[in-house]
Design a protein around this ligand. Sequence first.
Ligand code: GAR
Length: 220
Amino acid sequence: MTKVGILISGRGSNMAALLDAMARGEVPARCALVVSNVPLAAGLQAAASRGVPTAVVDHRASASREEHDAKLLEALSAAGVEILCLAGYMRLLSPAFVRAFENRLLNIHPALLPAFPGLHAQKRALDRGVRFSGCTVHLVDEECDHGPIVLQAAVPVLPGDTEETISARILRCEHKLYPAALKLLCEGKVRVAGGRAELLLSPQEYLPLLRGLMDMGENG
Ligand code: GAR
């Protein structure tokens, strides 16, 4: 079974969704390590309570991003991590780190990339007056919230939505989308070519997947 690592900085609700999906057998993987750069991140408790090994690699203990990421890489390698998921990990990664996990590093972002990368994506989408926002799981390259898209799901913006209500609707969708994308990567069904991710699925598999993604956002 594929050994997965998860990086967090905060509450870790996406991490919990991934761990629970693995525990239910919906994703053919097990989590070897959860690492936080923030010592008091709530997600660390949530991981420990699920019996998952945790570690803290505090970025404030390193003089540079490169030094911090080298420590991170050491911890992940020692745990045998093959695929790494960023789950609310709010730090940029150094190019060397990204290269070490090339095509094995996933991120989730609360918008339909390439629209609204960066912080406060939900509020910026709302302020822009979009009818749909959503969430994206993508392979990570050296740019922030950028790289080949694996899966996306659209979430409607409803009259009267606030940053809180749209964020909550998108988050519920994130919790379903991330396990689905990790499953595809673990099963070897994601091939990257020319900066795009191709899903190695038959039409009989692809169309139901797409329909499921359309339901995911609407039923949020
Ligand atoms: C999630 O909404 C995730 O999409 C976002 O941070 C939140 C983390 O919540 N990530 C980004 O904005 C990345 N650019 P969580 O800690 O409860 O999973």
